[in-house]
Design a protein around this ligand. Structure first.
Ligand code: B12
Ligand code: SF4
Length: 436
């Protein structure tokens, strides 16, 4: 089968820009499409290519025109990309008189809200981890069989059918097959980490999470399970990235299994590859096991991304974060002591008033963080937060679900909220440590 896997272009809309001319929030995101490289890795025997429209937006016209030369086109999408992917699928169909390749959608939004992709232009929606299930789908299609695979939902031709729920396990990680990094080799120079400017390669060590914060998309990928790749598969993938000096572990919670994390660190220390690593780590993991973090410092951990989210325990509890401010500060202290840079995610709730913005600015002046990243609280469909608050949404157009728009009502007049948000970003940029 000829299979084309598509990474949608940078998309999403911005209220600060459209309504208030605030363009300083615009971010250009770059990084390799590891999801597609991963899927491609388990499609041996087929002719697979990746079209990365983030790296090369010009490739869109050729993709639409070239559809029939593919048997299957697979799109990935986060929530703010869902409409763009639907429109690409519709254009692909239209360009080929309503026929053309089998169109499959997977990824974060498909896992959170599969029903959103029940559209005439789409044939199959794949929920959650798909390295195994997508390859099974391809095999069925190649053999002309009607697929009946847990986690795979058929939208056409007989109308939508609910997928059989999939019980995810390490089998879904297919450790034996490496990601096809080679399929995007031509864009490698474009995959750099903002703030560093240097080349970065993505490697996955684990999927899912040990926790279930109410706003988070991650648990839906694995049915709430936390699954780790084997040490040798991870070492192989790092090796495949060649001389790229910086490896971003893309897992949402990298050291969620401390014993697995310890084994990996020990192996990397023994190999002495001279790489630097960036990983997302929960604050409680750092506080409960500072020795593990010290070991990782030795293994090359250069920066840790921590979900501080809020600086108020009540708000943290409301998000079901299961972490407290004193723990977050203790984690920051441990990382600083070890010389590991701290990247901090913060959530700005739409009900923030001037005093909340003031408090956050003062907090970050007092406890500087190398790279603070503030996002606006966004109830993503399919999350517990969405179930709690969907009745309050003022914006339901998913194009705005970029984490930089308030889709819930703001307590401040909207223009003041966005001016404070933009001012906060500007204020935080003073703290950015250029070496991060
Ligand atoms: C790397 C990354 C990026 C890179 C992506 C590089 C690229 N693809 O071009 C960059 C920096 C560009 C990026 C941008 C953004 N990101 Co981002 N990103 C990530 C991160 C850290 C890792 C993703 C990854 O590579 N995972 C590894 C792969 C192997 O796993 P996977 O993607 O889950 O893929 C598996 C399944 O989902 C499925 N699958 C995926 N795609 C497909 C396609 C098909 C056809 C099939 C069958 C299956 C399938 O199979 C895969 C293998 O099992 C995740 C967090 C995380 N840990 O997942 C956030 C994450 C995906 N990003 C997120 C967001 C919100 C964004 C942004 C809006 C910016 C922001 N404010 O954070 C932008 C969106 C871009 C835009 N504006 O258009 C959210 C998405 C939530 C949501 N539902 O919307 C996440 C989950 C982080 C979070 N905090 O919640 N991101
Ligand atoms: S926010 Fe982090 S800790 Fe919470 S569920 Fe998501 S990945 Fe896990």
């Amino acid at each position: 089968m000829r299979i084309v896997l598509v990474n949608p272009p940078n998309c999403g809309r911005s209220i600060p820009e459209e309504e208030y001319g605030i363009t300083s929030l615009k971010m250009i995101f770059r990084g390799e499409p590891l999801a597609l490289e991963t899927l491609a890795g388990n499609l041996g025997g087929h002719e697979v290519s990746i079209v990365d429209l983030k790296a090369d937006p010009e490739a869109e016209a050729a993709l639409i025109a070239g559809g029939p030369t593919a048997d299957i086109v697979g799109f990935t999408a986060v929530t703010c990309e869902a409409n763009t992917v639907i429109s690409l699928a519709e254009r692909l169909r239209e360009a080929h008189g309503g026929r053309g390749p089998v169109i499959v959608v997977g990824g974060h939004h498909a896992s959170l809200d599969p029903g959103y992709f029940h559209r005439p232009a789409i044939d199959y929606v794949v929920v959650g981890l798909a390295k195994l299930s997508f390859s099974l789908l391809v095999e069925d299609l190649a053999a002309g069989r009607q697929p009946d695979i847990p986690g795979v939902l058929a939208v056409r031709p007989d109308g939508p059918r609910e997928p059989q729920p999939r019980s995810y396990s390490v089998e879904d990680l297919v450790d034996s097959q490496a990601p096809r990094y080679d399929l995007v080799a031509q864009h490698r120079h474009r995959y750099v980490m903002s703030g560093v400017g240097g080349k970065v390669g993505f490697v996955a060590t684990a999927f899912g999470c040990t926790h279930r914060c109410s706003f988070c998309a991650i648990p839906s990928l694995t049915g709430g399970r936390y699954l780790c790749h084997g040490v040798e598969a991870i070492v192989r993938d790092i090796g495949l990235l060649g001389d790229i000096p910086l490896i971003r572990f893309v897992d949402a919670n990298t050291f969620g299994d401390r014993e697995a994390a310890r084994r990996l660190a020990e192996r990397l220390i023994a190999l002495d590859l001279g790489k630097k690593f960036v990983a997302d780590v929960r604050a409680d993991t750092i506080v409960n096991d500072p020795e593990l973090i010290a070991l990782w410092r030795q293994a090359g951990l250069a920066a840790a991304v921590i979900g501080f989210e809020e600086i108020d325990d009540l708000r943290l509890a409301a998000l079901d974060k299961r972490s407290a401010l004193d723990q977050n500060l203790a984690a920051r202290h441990i990382l600083k002591g070890l010389g590991i840079r701290v990247i901090g995610d913060f959530i700005i709730a739409p009900d923030y008033r001037h005093e909340d913005f003031d408090r956050l600015e003062q907090f970050l002046d007092f406890f500087p963080i190398d790279l603070p990243i503030p996002s606006i609280l966004t109830p993503l469909p399919g999350t517990p937060l969405y179930r709690q608050r969907h009745g309050e949404l003022t914006i339901t157009d998913l194009d705005y679900y970029t984490f930089s728009n308030a889709v819930l009502p703001t307590a401040l007049p909207q223009s003041e909220f966005y001016s404070r948000y933009a001012a906060l970003m500007k204020h935080l940029h003073q703290h950015i440590n250029p070496n991060t």
